[in-house]
Write a protein that binds this ligand. Sequence first.
Ligand code: NAD
Length: 369
Amino acid sequence: MRIAVLRETAPHERRVALVPLIVQRLVKAGHEVAIESGAGEGAFFPDAAFAAAGAVVAREREALLAGCEVLLAVQRPPSSALQSLPAGALVIGLLHPAAGDDYLAAAAARGLTMLAMELVPRSTRAQAMDALSSQATVAGYAAVLVGASRLSRLLPMLTTAAGTIPPAKVFVVGAGVAGLQAIASARRLGAVVSAFDVRPAVREEVQSLGATFVEAAAVTAEAEGAGGYAKQLGEEQQRNVLLAIGKHLPEMDLVITTAQIPGRAAPRLITAEMVASMKPGSVVVDLAVESGGNCALSRPDEAVLDHGVTILGPVNLASTISQHASLMYSRNLLNLLEYFVKDGRPALVADDPVTGPMTVARGATALAR
Ligand code: NAD
């Protein structure tokens, strides 16, 4: 199978779809891997490392794509690149299937089959291919570092000749994959950590990481919907959640919010009044900023200062830890390829429980396989 990887073109994207270690595995399995020159630069993987791993490093994008059967990407490859792919080729990446534009329809019309990494099912079987989880893990960690770097206080307790410094108080709202990693990372830095989630099932996970769970009245198991995801709350529950969070915020130094509801705008959990009640010098890092934000004041990729509180809305945080984010993403892709490639060929079955839901465009050739 001929696999290609291009240099990512989205602004500020530093990740690369394959890292040399995974290229080596693919080449050993009998595949040909072609990498566009400079594709690994943002993650500090030079062309020479890809060549040493057995890849062909190509400068000419058109030539690289002409014979390609599988194009692996982090973000959507540009439409011009899709035009250069042979009909029947497979494209796998974070393809923004909900964007509502004609990108995917145009790809299907070209005879391409597109698998969206956002749609890896949340099943035990597919866990090793789940890029949203691997990248959320990186983002949760990075959120603590970004927040800590803007804080005017130290995170750990320090006992020094200049006196004792009390530990900072970190509050994590939303304890999914990113939130749990944020809790663990803040604990590693010595902060006193508390967390809240509407799914009562996560209380034990939060506590096992050494954080305390903030309780909200009348938030029950009903807040948990299909697949372990949160549901949108009813009015009374939402009021109770805001009350519980609002009561807790004035004591906090660093607040990291990660609350999401699949397919909906992020729940608004920190109002402008609540920000005004926080300590001057405290910091909010809103990881849900791209889906509308958990904090009323957060803006994508901006630092907003309000009542002495810094509100950060970092976008694509995983990309900032580019080397390990790429390694984890690359492993997700390898696990996916190992799942559906049989005897060196892609063998996609329409109703497959993993690749079926991921298929957002289906080209004629792939359908026939
Ligand atoms: P997510 O990114 O969709 O949301 C983050 C968190 O926000 C969730 O924990 C959610 O409950 C919480 N939240 C939503 N509304 C809230 C509100 N109003 N107030 C406070 N918190 C709120 O979540 P995720 O990281 O994708 O995880 C969701 C679930 O999926 C978890 O049970 C996780 O263990 C599970 N999961 C399973 C797999 C797998 O089986 N392969 C992979 C990843 C995650």
